[in-house]
Write a protein that binds this ligand. Structure first.
Ligand SMILES: Nc1ncnc2c1ncn2[C@@H]1O[C@H](COP(=O)(O)OP(=O)(O)OP(=O)(O)O)[C@@H](O)[C@H]1O
Ligand SMILES: [Mg+2]
Length: 221
C-alpha cells in the first residue's frame, strides 16, 4: 500500500508568547482523498494548512508530504514542495498590479510550458470559474467573489496533486459555491488530493467525504 500523501504526527503549533493554536495533531490523508477540515473561527484551520505548505513550521511534531519529512527541507528546497501543492488562501493574495490572466499565468511559468499551451490552459481554467470575459481586468476591479475565483484558478492551473483550499467559497453566493464544489469534485476525480477548510456545514453534510474537526486545540475525527 502507498504511504499516506500527507501525514502528521504529534504536531503542535504555539504562537509566542502564550497562544497554543492546537496540540498533538495526528493525521493521515491518503492519496486521492477529499477531506473537509472544519472547526470554529480561531481553531487553527488556516494554521494547519500553512504547516502543510511549509509557510510556517510546527512548534513540535513532524509532517510528511509524499513521504518527505518537511523538517528536513532547507529553504531552497521548499519551492519544490510547493510546486506539488495548489493553495487557495483565505485572503487570496492576488497581485493587484497584474491582470487576472497574468495572476494565473505566473503560477504556470515554473513548469515551463510553451507560450501557446500556457495561454490556452489559463483561458480554459478562467472560463471554468466563469471569468472568461474578465481576463484583462485587474483584481481591484473585481468583486470579492470574482477575486476568490481568480485565486482558485491560480491554484489549480498547474494541476497540482495536492490542493489546500482555505474557505474558498467564503465570499461566494450559493450558485457560485456550488460551481466551485463541482470544480473541486472534478479535480478530485482526476486524482487530486483535496483538503478543504470551511465553516459551512452545508458543503459536507450531504457528502460521504471524511470530515475532520479542530476543536479546543485538538483534532477530532
Ligand atoms: N501569525 C500569528 N501570530 C499569532 N497568533 C496567530 C497567528 N496566526 C494565527 N494565530 C492564532 O492561532 C489561532 C488559530 O488561527 P487560524 O487563523 O489558524 O484559525 P482558523 O481556524 O483558520 O480561523 P478562521 O475560521 O477565522 O479562519 C488563533 O487563535 C489565532 O489568533
Ligand atoms: Mg482561517
Amino acid at each position: 500500500m502507498e504511504p499516506p500523501i500527507i501525514r502528521m504526527e504529534g504536531v503542535s503549533k504555539r504562537f509566542p508568547p502564550d497562544n497554543q493554536a492546537f496540540s498533538d495533531v495526528n493525521l493521515e490523508i491518503e492519496k486521492g482523498e477529499f477531506v473537509f477540515l472544519t472547526g470554529p473561527s480561531g481553531s487553527g484551520k488556516s494554521t494547519l494548512l500553512r504547516l502543510m505548505f511549509c509557510a510556517q513550521r510546527p512548534s513540535s511534531g513532524n509532517i510528511w508530504i509524499e513521504g518527505v519529512d518537511l523538517s528536513t527541507l532547507t529553504n531552497s528546497q521548499v519551492p519544490y514542495l510547493r510546486r506539488k501543492i495548489g493553495v487557495i488562501f483565505q485572503d487570496f493574495k492576488l497581485l493587484p498590479n497584474h491582470t487576472v490572466f497574468d495572476n494565473v499565468v505566473l503560477s504556470l511559468e515554473v513548469i515551463g510550458l510553451k507560450r501557446e499551451q500556457a495561454d490556452r490552459r489559463v483561458k480554459q481554467v478562467l472560463a471554468g470559474v466563469g471569468l472568461g470575459e474578465k481576463t484583462r481586468r485587474y483584481p481591484p476591479q473585481l468583486s470579492g467573489g470574482e477575486q476568490q475565483r481568480v485565486a482558485i484558478a491560480r491554484a489549480v492551473v498547474n494541476r497540482p496533486p495536492i490542493i489546500l483550499a482555505d474557505e474558498p467559497t467564503g465570499n461566494l453566493d450559493r450558485e457560485r459555491t456550488d460551481e466551485v464544489m463541482v470544480l473541486m469534485e472534478e479535480l478530485n476525480a482526476r486524482g487530486a488530493t483535496i483538503i478543504f477548510a470551511t465553516h459551512n456545514d452545508r458543503l459536507y453534510s450531504n457528502t460521504h467525504r471524511r470530515v475532520i474537526k479542530l476543536s479546543k486545540g485538538k483534532l477530532e475525527f
